[in-house]
Design a protein around this ligand. Sequence first.
Ligand code: MSP
Length: 510
Amino acid sequence: MARTFYVTTPIYYVNDVPHIGHAYTTVAADALARWRRLCGDDVCFATGCDAHGLKIQRAAAERGVDPATWADRTAQAFRDAWALLGITNTDFIITTEERHHRAVQQFLEAVRANGYIELGTYRGPYCVACEAYYTPDELLEGTCPIHRRPVEEVAEENYFFRLSRFTDRLLEHYDAHPEAVAPPGRRNEVLGFIRSGLQDFSISRTSITWGIPIPWDPAHVTYVWFDALVNYCTVAGYGTDPDRFARWWPADVHLIGKDILRFHAVYWPAMLMAADLAPPRQVFAHGFLLVGGEKMSKTRLNQIAPADLVATFGVDGYRWHFLADQRFGPDGDFSYEAMVARYNSDLANGLGNLAARVLNMATSYLAGGAPEHREDGPLAERAAVTGEAVAAAFEALDFAGACFAVQELVRAANAYIEDRRPWERHRDGDATGVAAILGDCLEALRIVALLSSPVIPGTGVELWRRLGLPGTPDDQRVPAAAVWGAGPPVVAPLRKGPSLFPRVEASTAP
Ligand code: MSP
């Protein structure tokens, strides 16, 4: 049976519309999922929306709709964005779904049965106008951030999760599995936090109604983060399908932004341990995409929707940019000018130009027939190095590394053409020489199409078609199919076509 691979994105709050920050995590998860499918794995790729919590309850109330309707409506914007970007998620969860209610309630019961939930008193600042608790750091100069009115210090009876009991188990877990938090800087951050001492945290509220009731005390609603994290188990079948859950759990990797690392790498593994479940194999926290050096936010009006960029750069131009432009870990600044520059150099002048040159020459010099590559052609060695580098990069979630490795093969093939000048040989009547050079270039293009397809899937499919190959790159299996000369037999004539990546002028900024 195929190896399973379970990758997740965070579930995004439905009080926002999808922007390039959300898309960053989702596109990365998609490239990884596609790569794992190419490797032959059976992939579960989950994304979705987080619909509970006070923020959503308020956003819906402001618009005069009930929160469930509001959640479904805005979740649709996320579904649409992911469809636009060619995201191949296998599930899309909204936390209002019945299956999730069942999972959360079963999870709570399991944690309680093991003695890790107790009743306590939560004290904190409370805004009467909002009818809500705040944490001290949410206040603006000591006042409610919404009403700017003084808050009261009040107390509420809450259930608490006994996180403090898990300090040693978490440290042991991370000691035994150093790869479980990545990159390493994030791991140190997590270890430091655990060592500084863990506090129990409140997992229920009686002051709000929008959420999942605590099963043994329905006057309490489950705290939104406790509920949201369980989504990863819900998708795997927890609470509804034990066989499915046994097959998919634990998740292989949760991809998240660094802002929610503590929830994923401290609270979540402890919650799972408390329910007698295995922690995820890895939590990978990437940095933030900044715009003009600042975090995107609704209030700063600096949010960019993926569709705005896709209109100019195409889906693959979009995906390539965000995966190739910055390493998947540190923060990175988005700029339109840098996107134009990378697109033109990597895609228009690089891969696009290579494809156009090779296919134009092959179709006009060789009457449409695809010449054979040479067993030990000069590009063969470069292609082998690329195949290994791409595989190693995807293993390490180094998407920029994978893009760079593909680029190296593109550059080598373009340089090879410059060097061998097939047009001169054609003019001189050297048909054998021309066929040999172009045969090698076509094989290099096939390997580029295959290895880049997790990042730029549309281009992979189109190149495959123009090369006269059967099916799509998705039908192939790596590493075997990435070997020089290991492609399927050509079944159709070579085809030219419109430019894969028409140049973009810097002045076309939306
Ligand atoms: N609902 C919670 C997550 C629950 S997961 C069990 C949440 N949602 S969110 O809508 O705020 O999305 C958070 C995630 O979106 C971040 O962790 C990150 O993956 C992504 N990003 C949002 N803004 C981002 C940037 N500016 N840059 C990169 N990623 C960002 O928190």
